[in-house]
Design a protein around this ligand. Structure first.
Ligand code: NAD
Ligand code: UDP
Length: 339
């Protein structure tokens, strides 16, 4: 790591004294070995930046990033963001946090620490290095919403002590920290509220609905609908979402958010299952299982703000994104890649 640009301050870094490097930033992605993070690392490298992926591999996988190891501008560091980190960076994307309910409920205290202590550590790093910092917040800050669709002005309906609270309240506290570091210390922040996103590199066993249904359909197993499958979600394809991340991070109008990023087309979980059965040609049957505690009944983003301020909206329809996602999982299963 000694020769790494992430250990030099900008002024004394010989690799960065060249004018041609002026637009080459040192970007850190926490949670960079996860689903969204690995795609983001890839895009940032493609734009010519130095990328430091920081991950404790709790839900992330080396296989998501190993194709990047040959790039000399890419570095991966095993680190848990609940501990302080001292590196030199220009920008931070803070994505580290388990997101599937199965994973974040496995160790709820660690989930809260990741959101809260992790935010404090990363904001402290941003303050010291004067880096711009992006927070991957979530539609879960709205809880089981009483307002539909959800605009950013809605304060939410969240249980403080239920099975989803460690994630929801952790992300809410993290937002508070981001806005307080901005007001109190002048840290340049960006906060995106992400709605359900899917695509290649989701963990096949992570328990989220798209990965579950696709894996079950491909394996000819029963499709497990929780409750009656009438609850709704709005599914955004990963490429659309990351386009939104970069538009928000690069926005030069001092727009810090929070801003909803998600696809406003709403489906019931039963409709999603039917689409996946149709696209895979699977003969799997739908079976009904108990609805988990505090499962939101409906969710759909109001993306008026993202449209107006960022000129962003999703372009990839659910069917189109599902085809690409099914291809990915199909490949994983055929190659018997370790999951
Ligand atoms: P993911 O589980 O694939 O990725 C999270 C990554 O963070 C993993 O690589 C994991 O190993 C890492 N991580 C977890 N705890 C860590 C810690 N303490 N220190 C360092 N690394 C740690 O999930 P994802 O879908 O890529 O989500 C990324 C971010 O986006 C998360 O913060 C999540 O809350 C947010 N988000 C995602 C969605 C979605 O639908 N994908 C929706 C809302 C919010
Ligand atoms: N769900 C389901 N079957 C599954 C996995 C999830 O019916 O095998 C439901 C779950 O109860 C929820 C929705 O699908 O209502 C989305 O679940 P996910 O865990 O993907 O995300 P979140 O609930 O956090 O939006």
């Amino acid at each position: 790591m000694d020769g790494s640009s992430f250990h030099h301050r900008r002024a004394t870094d010989p690799q960065r004294s060249n004018g041609a490097d002026l637009f080459r930033k040192r970007v850190m992605v926490t949670g960079g070995a996860g689903f969204l993070g690995s795609h983001l690392c890839e895009i940032l490298l493609g734009q010519g930046h130095d990328v430091l992926c920081v991950d404790n591999y709790y839900t992330g996988r080396r296989s998501n990033i190993e194709h990047l190891f040959s790039n000399p501008r890419f570095e991966a560091m095993r680190h848990d963001i609940t501990n302080p980190l001292f590196v030199e960076v220009d920008e931070i994307f803070n994505l580290a946090c388990p997101v599937s309910p199965v994973h974040y409920q496995f160790d709820p205290v660690q989930t809260l620490k990741t959101s809260v202590h992790g935010a404090i550590n990363m904001l402290g790093l941003a303050k010291r290095t004067k880096a711009k910092i992006f927070q991957a917040s979530t539609s879960e800050v709205y809880g089981d919403p009483l307002v539909h669709p959800q605009p950013e002005t809605y304060w939410g309906h969240v249980n403080t002590m239920g099975p989803r609270s460690c994630y929801d309240e952790g992300k809410r506290a993290a937002e508070t920290l981001f806005f307080d570091y901005n007001r109190q210390h002048g840290v340049e922040v960006r906060v995106a509220r992400i709605f359900n996103t899917y695509g290649p590199r989701m963990h096949p066993n992570d328990g989220r609905v798209v990965s579950n249904f696709v894996m079950q359909a491909l394996a000819g197993q029963d499709i497990t609908l929780y409750g009656e499958g009438s609850q709704t979600r709005s599914f955004c394809y990963v490429d659309d979402l990351l386009d939104g991340f970069l538009k928000l991070m690069n926005n030069d109008q001092n727009f810090i958010g929070p801003v909803n990023l998600g696809n406003p087309v709403e489906f019931s979980i039963k409709e999603l299952a039917a689409e996946i059965l149709d696209l895979t040609g699977s003969r799997s049957k739908m079976v009904f299982q108990p609805l988990p505690g505090d499962d939101p009944k409906q969710r759909k983003p109001d993306i008026t703000l993202a449209r107006e301020v960022l000129g962003w909206e999703p372009r990839i329809a659910l069917r189109q994104g599902l085809v690409r996602t099914i291809d990915y999982f199909d490949h994983l299963m055929r190659e018997k890649i370790a999951v």
